[in-house]
Design a protein around this ligand. Structure first.
Ligand code: NAD
Ligand code: ZN
Length: 342
């Protein structure tokens, strides 16, 4: 089968013929229809310091996908060929305290599809049945391919009550933009989003942000005054991974404000701790998606009108993957879909 493979320790990926995955007794085999390129794939493609210490080579990459089940292992009774599914990209151990308590998103022994084990940028991918999420047959395939990053947005956004609240999102990358859509869907009042790339802010506005802020030209304090906000934002979602954005966010929260942090800042990022303490802010780190409450909420929100399709800026055949990775590296693309079904 065709697959996008990191063959050697160095930049780039190659399109290669590799053996089809082996299907274990607890696995399902999925014929991949659509995939999407994630920031993680860009780290691997560009072979940055994180990728160098994380990715064993050779490795088939990719973890955002939708496909159709074509075969199931002998232990699998809940799935059958023909079902349309995506996969949770974190494979957990199933045996640690958190896993046994049903808190699988807190497993300390997670391995990643397309990171530590063969991924989905391939004609076929095999997954444990416990990582499979079934879609309604009529879901838009491109949207279904985005459930992994949409799950990051949903997991983060739904940490706190949003109905009638004012939300600040720092970073209008694909995940921040989708989070804006989720916050509006969930009944927030103001959904203000920051970035320094106008194209990305415009996209976030299409998805549901009520006010966009280019931090190179405007301050959040001015925007709060313009919106007539008394104190500050009730809920903050950090989705840039940038330390300055994180501090902007902390400075813009109301007393008692609640912050969920998905973006991954530099390890030694300094924080204005006095504001955190005297204003009694709550800060919570977010990783991955809840298995499977986040997935349930995603399916239900998409069914009830949440539209994230505008986040897709490029669609192309997987054989044109170099153009897709180039568009991502340029910084203006949001989600790039690679099509595997012909
Ligand atoms: P992205 O890099 O595409 O988007 C980040 C955006 O933040 C960019 O558009 C950038 O211009 C903007 N930005 C940079 N500095 C800023 C500043 N000072 N103020 C405002 N905006 C600023 O990333 P993404 O794919 O949308 O993911 C968002 C973040 O979440 C990334 O940091 C990513 O690594 C992280 N992430 C974490 C998890 C997790 O499980 N914790 C999962 C996926 C992604
Ligand atoms: Zn575990």
């Amino acid at each position: 089968m065709d697959a996008l493979v990191k063959r050697e320790a160095g930049p780039g990926l190659s399109l290669e013929a590799v053996p089809e995955p082996v299907v274990g007794i607890n696995d399902v085999l999925i014929r991949v229809k659509r995939t999407a390129i994630c920031g993680t794939d860009m780290h691997i493609y560009n072979w940055d310091a994180w990728a160098q210490k994380t990715i064993p080579v050779p490795m088939t990459v990719g973890h955002e996908f939708v496909g159709e089940i074509v075969e199931v292992g002998s232990n699998v009774i809940d799935f059958r060929p023909g079902q349309l599914v995506s996969g949770e990209g974190h494979v957990v151990c199933g045996r640690c305290r958190n896993c046994m308590a049903g808190r699988r998103h807190l497993c300390a022994h997670t391995s990643g599809i397309g990171v530590n084990r063969p991924g989905a940028f391939a004609e076929y991918v095999a997954l444990p049945m416990s990582n499979v999420w079934e879609h309604k047959a009529d879901i838009d395939l491109d949207v279904a391919a985005l459930f992994d990053p949409l799950g990051n947005a949903v997991h983060t956004a739904l940490q706190y009550d949003l109905l009638g609240e004012d939300v600040l999102i720092t970073g209008a990358g694909p995940i921040g933009a989708m989070a804006a859509a989720v916050c509006r869907h969930a009944g927030a009042r103001h959904v203000v989003i920051t970035d320094m790339i106008d194209e990305r802010l415009a996209l976030a506005a299409r998805l549901g942000a009520t006010r966009t802020v280019n931090v190179n030209r405007e301050t959040l304090a001015d925007v709060q005054a313009e919106l007539g906000m008394q104190e500050g934002f009730d809920v903050g979602l950090e989705m840039s991974g940038n330390g300055a954005a994180l501090n902007d966010l902390i400075a813009s929260m109301c007393h008692g404000g609640k912050v969920a942090m998905l973006g991954i800042p530099d390890e030694n990022t300094a924080l204005d701790w006095h504001t955190v303490i005297f204003n009694m802010l709550t800060l919570k780190g977010i990783y991955g998606r809840e298995m499977y409450e986040t997935w349930y909420k995603m399916s239900v929100m998409v069914e009830s009108g949440l539209d994230i399709a505008p986040v897709i800026t490029h669609r192309m055949d997987y054989r044109d993957y170099e153009a897709g990775f180039a568009a991502m590296n340029e910084g203006k693309a949001s989600k790039v879909i690679l099509t595997w079904d012909r």
